[in-house]
Design a protein. Structure first.
Length: 332
């Protein structure tokens, strides 16, 4: 989510007349123009590359992309077709995810992010959402401030670990992948990692989105031998699960095969080494080029992962949430 400069009360009567409508594929060129100057020092905005796949199909009702249609020439002389964009997705029966908030540079500080947030909140409430969440890169301080001003509160923070696929690596503890969904759920439900992450893990369908992990998720992943438990005589000492696989095109135009693991939790350094070794073997079996594993952003978890030999991302990501069950989140 990104809107660097908007605060409540910055709207104008003229901007209230701008239409907010559902985005379409025909808006792609305007969206590319909207995002062309965002995060240029960090490789650019991903939306310009994924926009066609990011949009909902006409018959999809579980997500909606809202667009601010400017459709006019600004005083500066540059045609601005799209002034803003955001997407809302229902990840479960009552959990909404909001992503991709962008405001054109010529339209910042005019209250458009407030209007887009309101559109998301109303749409999600109509579909039964009681909570809405979003993710912000920890380095994006303006977006963090804008989100808090919109009513979001801090939820949790996480980081990525990227163990290299390796069919020969091993750890000190055995790791099982069969008939372990119940044991994995028991461990996760009582773990410090779950408390820190507020029960959240990666959504299996929506990229870069988190929702509450439930027992049925682990049962489904276990059927594909995608749940990993570090087993000791005293009980389970760590868990993870394979969330999904996907292909990503690199800047050089090559295709990389990624394997993603929805969350990981463990007791100690040996359990971490065993768990990441099992993940590395699994990724190698699936002929992965790259991996990513969601881990809690705590000193213990991040240092354990590094000690276990798994490269970690340079910075954490933050998750914020807003209560949609009552009057909270209703911007006036």
């Amino acid at each position: 989510m990104r809107d660097s400069h908007t605060r409540p009360g910055d709207g104008t009567d003229a901007d209230d007349d701008l239409e907010i409508r559902q985005a379409t594929l025909e808006d792609q060129d305007a969206v590319v123009e909207l995002t062309s100057d965002i995060w240029t020092d960090r490789g650019g905005d991903y939306l310009q590359y994924v926009y066609p796949d990011w949009l909902e199909d006409p018959d999809e009702d579980h997500k909606r992309t809202f667009l601010v249609d400017a459709n006019r020439s600004d005083a500066g002389g540059d045609d601005v077709a799209v002034a803003g964009l955001v997407q809302a997705v229902m990840l479960s029966s009552d959990e909404a995810w909001f992503q991709g908030l962008r405001i054109h540079g010529d339209y910042r500080r005019r209250g458009l992010s407030q209007r887009l947030n309101r559109a998301c909140f109303d749409w999600a409430r109509e579909r039964g959402a009681t909570v809405g969440r979003l993710m912000i890169f920890s380095w994006n301080a303006p977006a963090l401030g804008a989100s808090r001003s919109a009513g979001y509160e801090p939820a949790t923070e996480f980081r990525w670990a990227h163990p290299a696929p390796d069919s020969d690596v091993s750890g000190p503890d055995p790791v099982s992948t069969a008939d372990n969904a119940a044991r994995a759920w028991r461990y996760w439900n009582q773990s410090a990692a779950r408390d820190h992450l507020r029960g959240l893990a990666l959504d299996p369908d929506e990229s870069w989105a988190l929702r509450e992990l439930i027992r049925a998720d682990l049962e489904r992943f276990a059927a594909d031998e995608g749940v990993f438990t570090v087993d000791r005589p005293s009980g389970v000492a760590g868990v993870s699960y394979r969330n999904r696989t996907y292909d990503r095109e690199t800047e050089a135009g090559e295709t990389e095969h990624w394997v993603e693991y929805g969350v990981s939790a463990w007791d100690d350094e040996d359990a971490a080494r065993s768990l990441f070794a099992a993940i590395a073997r699994d990724a190698a079996r699936l002929e992965a080029d790259r991996t990513r594993v969601l881990i809690p952003e705590t000193v213990g978890a991040v240092s354990d992962a590094s000690f276990a030999g798994a490269p970690i991302s340079d910075e954490p990501d933050f998750v914020l949430e807003i209560d949609l069950s009552g009057s909270h989140g209703q911007l006036e």
